[in-house]
Ligand binder design. Structure first.
Ligand code: TXD
Length: 311
């Protein structure tokens, strides 16, 4: 019996926050890879030296060589540039498409059977790049965005209602960006829909703050984007897969007939287990929610078209 092997490509802010959460939950042995010489090695050693205090036995190795990622069970792609104030996620397309293409080619060479979790922005387009380049079965390619969008919404709901975050669930659909579709009807406090607990204006204000949740942080930081909550969200996906938990979580997954998407990766609730995406869960949407989702999918399609020329 062996521990799962999890490789993280890009040992920057998100990559390292992810490593931190994964190690502290002892979800597997970690390999951190980056193009910067010495940086992943130094960070890996530092994190490893926290293990006696925190009590985890995960091995952590930093490297610049893909050979060290050989036979990974899960590979997380966080390499690429983050946005700066005034930029949208979509502005990153040309530079990050080339990075994700090159990284995916290297990853699949050494780990042809891994599950790929894509994180780099613009998320929905980068999942498409990884899928196209790897040619992996669609259930083995998953984008992380929905859990982050949902956990931000959950945080704001819990603060507004002054209740434990543990009791708050929230569902968010669609692409990762301004067109995402929060679903207040499916967002609950221990089973009670928030539509029964808050007036419409309050919910609209929370939805709006949620929509700009990433931007709020970028504007504070000025030199990069969020990493703690993204890292925790990725670790939740890793946990669902390595423990075969069959969690129902919002992720960017391949949808064809599902929601009438017609063959694209978009944010939907999925069942996540040992085989990656084991099922796309179809929710009953109102006409208004359907229309918002349709617009979001249209946006994802236009991003994918803009990305194709970099492949
Ligand atoms: O919800 C989501 N999906 C996201 C996505 C949430 C937060 C951040 N999101 C995106 O992740 C963000 O917009 C960026 O596109 C990526 C990474 O963000 P991060 O904040 O971690 O950026 P950093 O700190 O600049 O780290 C990126 C690292 C850096 O160390 C580079 O040297 C490395 O990526 N890099 C590479 N590694 C390997 N191979 C190549 N080619 C490469 N190019 C850059």
């Amino acid at each position: 019996m062996t521990r799962a092997k999890v490789s993280i490509i890009g040992a920057g802010s998100v990559g390292m926050a992810t490593a931190h959460w994964i190690a502290s939950k002892e979800l597997g042995d970690l390999v951190l890879l980056d193009v910067v010489d010495g940086m992943p090695q130094g960070k890996a050693l530092d994190l490893l030296q926290a293990s006696p205090v925190e009590g985890f036995d995960s091995d952590i190795k930093g490297t610049n060589s893909y050979e060290d990622t050989k036979n990974s069970d899960i590979v997380i792609i966080t390499s690429g540039v983050p946005r700066k104030p005034g930029m949208s996620r979509d502005d990153l397309i040309s530079i990050n498409a080339k990075i994700v293409k090159e990284v995916t080619q290297n990853v699949v060479k050494y780990s042809p059977n891994c599950i790929l979790i894509v994180v780099t922005n613009p998320l929905d387009a980068m999942v498409f790049v990884a899928s196209k380049v790897s040619n992996f079965p669609k259930n083995k390619i998953i984008g992380m965005a929905g859990i982050l969008d949902s956990t931000r919404f959950r945080t704001f709901i819990a603060k507004e209602l002054e209740v434990s975050v543990e009791d708050v669930d929230a569902m968010v659909l669609g692409g990762h960006g301004d067109t995402m579709v929060p679903l207040p009807r499916y967002s609950t406090v221990n089973g009670i829909p928030i539509t029964e607990l808050l007036p419409k204006e309050k919910i609209d204000a929370l939805v709006e703050r949620r929509r700009k949740g990433g931007e709020e942080i970028v504007n504070f930081l000025k030199t990069g984007s969020a990493f703690y909550a993204p890292g925790a969200s990725i670790a939740e996906m890793v946990e669902a897969i390595v423990k075969d938990k069959k969690r129902i979580l919002p992720c960017a997954a391949y949808c064809n007939a599902e929601y009438d998407v017609g063959g694209h990766f978009v944010g939907v609730p999925v069942k996540l287990g040992r085989n990656g995406v084991e099922k796309v869960m179809e929710l009953k949407l109102s006409d208004e929610e359907k229309e918002s989702f349709r617009k979001s999918v249209e946006h994802v399609k236009s991003l994918v078209e803009a990305t194709e020329k970099f492949l």
